[in-house]
Design a protein around this ligand. Structure first.
Ligand code: MN
Ligand code: MN
Length: 462
């Protein structure tokens, strides 16, 4: 008899066979290494670039190169693999973002306060400020000197390296703070990162006019000069980001979850990259676009609202099929907006509408539309396109689910889907669910990572 009800399928059950579990374990291992090493948009793009270059992707675009890549200032990247179908039929495109919430150094960051030299920060993206207090932080980024020399910075990840930290108020003196609402209790201007504590070794004389007014900051500048050859002014032209220190790791006695920073959206970056490299060549012209700035609204040269993607498609069409107008390629493309969604939170079920909430371990999750409160600001996929993908995944036995991001009037969020929809192409959101999204330690299910890779591969191979 035909089964009439619908229930999402648990990915752990789908992939219970030993060969799947072995492949899942191997994939998880590589994913945690990737997460541990790629903590900024620059590091992520560099990693993707290296993997693609190793696999033979070429920066020279012409009729003979069938695997091409291009990055924009090391912060956004487009890559494509040619299929047998005419390009005029469009691309099979997966879009993901490489930026993550973090604490950026201000342009003039260094201050001295009683007992410590600190860096002032301006947070990037949606954070819950209290999650960044009293935890080890690492510094990543670049300092660009006046002569143009680019000095890469990564400190706080290796065993012998120090970490940094924002101190939190002790509970004994937090009585007043405890009465405040959360948005008042934690102020952005108090997110000051402790960089050092000791004055320099030179003995200082009383009333010596050479004795610096701020000895801790002066010592810190000496240390920065020794290590990086920089002066305070060089920090003005730097991009320094404080991120949670330390590697991603398995969570749970059954090792079934991955805990780590930046899984929104690097879980999709990783699985999309693996899918692009791994998919069997066929008809489809496969492509990925990785964007920066999604977490702050996708504006900016390297964000989804820039023309970079469009220019890439124009150049690609010119190289592979010059007789075709690139607008036909754009219009006829099919895209997955590969971004994460919120998993049903076991401790805060009240923010979700259970039947339309994503569950950890049930495979990648479709969001037919994004936006919030009355679908405002939404990109909505056609039922026809959604049905085609549903049919594909059902035929291949790939677990999938569908959800909205929380209860209708509670909030919601956007993705890059609408920037692709602007070209008239078919686009739908599809990505795994996370717990603790946007926190310094996000959680994903190993079964979902594996299922997402299968889903992205199947999309490319369809
Ligand atoms: Mn995201
Ligand atoms: Mn996000």
């Amino acid at each position: 008899m035909t089964k009439l009800e619908y229930n999402a399928v648990n990915a752990w059950e789908t992939y219970a066979a030993p060969e799947h579990r072995k492949a899942m374990e191997e994939l998880t291992k590589r994913y945690t290494v990737f997460l541990s090493h790629c903590k900024t948009e620059r590091e992520t793009i560099a990693y993707v670039r290296d993997r693609l270059t190793e696999a033979g992707f070429n920066e020279k675009w012409n009729h003979a190169t069938h695997c091409v890549l291009r990055d924009l200032r090391g912060k956004a990247l487009f890559a494509a693999r040619r299929g047998k179908n005419p390009l005029a039929q469009g691309l099979s495109l997966i879009a993901a973002h490489v930026d993550t919430p973090r604490l950026d150094f201000k342009q003039r960051p260094l201050i001295e306060q009683p007992g410590v030299a600190q860096a002032k920060t301006h947070y990037y993206g949606g954070i819950r400020k209290y999650q960044w207090l009293a935890r080890p932080l690492a510094l990543h980024g670049v300092i660009v000197r006046e002569d143009g020399e680019r000095i890469p910075v990564s400190i706080g990840e290796q065993k012998d390296e120090p970490v940094f930290c924002i101190a939190d108020l002790l509970p004994h003196l937090a009585q007043k703070q405890n009465q405040q609402i959360v948005s008042d209790a934690f102020e952005a201007e108090k997110l000051n990162i402790i960089l050092s504590h000791s004055p320099g070794e030179t003995p200082r004389k009383q009333d010596d006019k050479d004795t610096p007014k701020e000895p801790l900051k002066a010592h810190l500048l000496e240390l920065l000069h020794q290590k990086y050859g920089i002066r305070e002014e060089d920090l003005i032209t730097a991009e320094l980001q404080a991120v949670p220190a330390g590697p991603a790791t398995l969570v749970g006695l059954d090792r079934s979850l991955v805990g780590g920073y930046g899984q929104d959206d690097r879980i999709c970056v990783f699985t999309a990259l693996e899918a692009l490299l791994d998919a069997n060549a066929g008809g489809a012209n496969m492509a990925i676009i990785l964007w920066d700035k999604e977490e702050i609204g996708s504006d900016g040269a390297t964000g989804a609202s820039s023309r970079f993607f469009e220019y890439c498609v124009e150049d690609l069409t010119h190289a592979w099929e010059p007789e075709t107008p690139s607008r036909h390629v754009l219009l006829n493309s099919c895209a997955l907006s590969a971004d994460v969604t919120a998993a049903l939170d076991p401790d805060f079920p009240e923010v979700h509408e259970k039947q339309n909430a994503a569950q950890l371990g049930y495979g990648p999750c479709f969001a037919k539309f994004t936006g919030s409160r009355g679908k405002y600001g939404a990109s909505e996929a056609d039922a026809e396109f959604f049905a085609r993908l549903r049919s594909l995944y059902n035929a291949k036995g790939i677990p999938w689910q569908t959800a909205e991001l929380g209860k209708v009037d509670l909030g919601g969020g956007g993705t890059v889907a609408l920037f692709l929809a602007a070209y008239g192409m078919q686009v739908i959101d599809l990505g795994p669910a996370l717990l603790s999204m946007h926190s310094p330690f996000e959680l994903s299910s190993c079964a979902d990572i594996y299922a997402t890779l299968q889903a992205y591969k199947a999309f490319f191979e369809a």
